[in-house]
Design a protein around this ligand. Sequence first.
Ligand code: N01
Length: 537
Amino acid sequence: MTAATNNHVDVVVVGAGFGGLYALHKFREQGLSVRVFEAAPEVGGTWYFNRYPGARCDVESLDYCYSFSDELQQEWTWTEKYATQAEILDYIKWVADKLDLRSGITFNTRVSSTVFDEDTLRWTVATDTGERVSARFVVMATGPLSSPLTPNIPGLDTFGGEIHHTAHWPHEGVDFTGKRVAVVGTGSSGIQSIPHIAEQATELHVFQRTPNYSVPAGNRPLTPEEIVHAKSTYAERRQMSWRSGGGSPHVAHPKLTMEASPEERQEAFEKRWELGGVLFSKTFSDQMINLDANEEARRFYESKIRAVIDDPEVADLLIPDDHPIGTKRICTDTNYFQTFNRPNVHLVSVRRTPIERIDETGIQTTDAHYDVDALVLATGFDAMTGTLAKIDIVGRGGQRLVDDWADGPRTYLGLGVDGFPNLFLVSGPGAPAVLANMVLHAEAHINWISEAIAHLDEHGYAAIEATADAVDDWIAECNKRAEATLFPKANSWYMGANVPGKPRVFMLFIGGFATYLDICAEVANAGYKGFNLLKAP
Ligand code: N01
């Protein structure tokens, strides 16, 4: 039996993105038998699917890559400060080939259920192709943003033109030349794709419900000197990232916002503005907990954005007024706001004039009909829990994860769930996940899981299971930390607020990446405090 047909293994990993690929490599090195199932025909996860024009990462390329192998770090050379989706996908494919990972992956196969057997302490994993695999451990590397949302707009299915979701972009690309286009949604995906679509389309109507904060990427090619420097100092760069709040080698200004003089504040904001993108929300360490501090950042932001938009009324519409800056993920753009200076681009505020329906020829709002040939949905994801909810995960006594999480996800450290022994989550709810550099975050989770499995094996245990008390305490801790910040003030996908009917809870651990890693290490060092270790029956 080859690795990819074996139906009795130590570990099943679901997903072959950054997390799943490293899991396969790490567990193999540990001597475990592993099967990886991937719904796509290729590795890459989110970077395989999200190939809309302009798609780039909002973490610097030198940091958004594997750290576990210095050989990989030294051999691969990034070309730009922020990598395109295509370059990241090339990198992931290169790693998969170099580490011979494809032989362990079953592609075009979606895991449909996984059911725990209390007698054998094993999981039976079933797929949509009819495979059944018995595994001791199941590792859900399914990604926090992997279930795209299509809005429930009446008449969407009657539209006569082409419809594309940014998260399911055609591989051959889309040519909008000569077309009238509508984009619905102005989150990261919309904000990155709109400038590119605007260059092709004859007319572009952008349907914005909530304006978003977006900071220019300041993207540029990396110079040979920068690359040499980065490669020769990678160890320090990574060390800083592991000890940081967000998994990147940047630290906040040493003073609190209001302690800094106005000149120091301005200088600090300017410096972060130059760095570009999402880290603007971490210029000062109190920016996300103190409304006055946040307001300083917001005012700086507003002046920058107003300066590049020609029409003050359009600027009024594009500048958020309903949530503190950073409480929704700050977008990272290239010429987004300048795009609204183009004569062929028109902003429609769906707040002022809601969409009533879509018909064969376009979009009808409360005050006008917009005739379009193509419709782009940049309408986001059922984040953090959406993909897990699509898999029928059945634990002890027939308990289903979806039922257990009906009032919001419940995990211990974002890694384990009571009632679901030997089921591990990667970068899921209850962890910093999307608040950190997702590549390092996935590495940290897989390393922790790998050590936990080694611990079980060394000490003659068959399984590990979070206790209900540990889960309750962890959720209380996550909530307490979130409530001490400004994050709950926004209707964000962090809060589940973008999905009708989803429980409104902050789904992440907000205490910082390094703090989180310390907690996970302490739990392990204390003999897996908060977990029950189970002997074979
Ligand atoms: O999705 P979103 P996204 N009518 O949920 C609007 C990561 N990411 O795909 O805010 C009208 O942010 C919705 O409006 P509102 C990153 O973590 C990273 O853009 O709900 N509008 C919103 O404007 C990011 O945060 C990168 O009022 C409707 C938009 O659709 C996350 O993925 C790039 C609507 C959805 O925005 C998600 O980003 C891309 C309706 N019925 C993504 N329904 C980078 O690394 C929804 N909307 C740079």
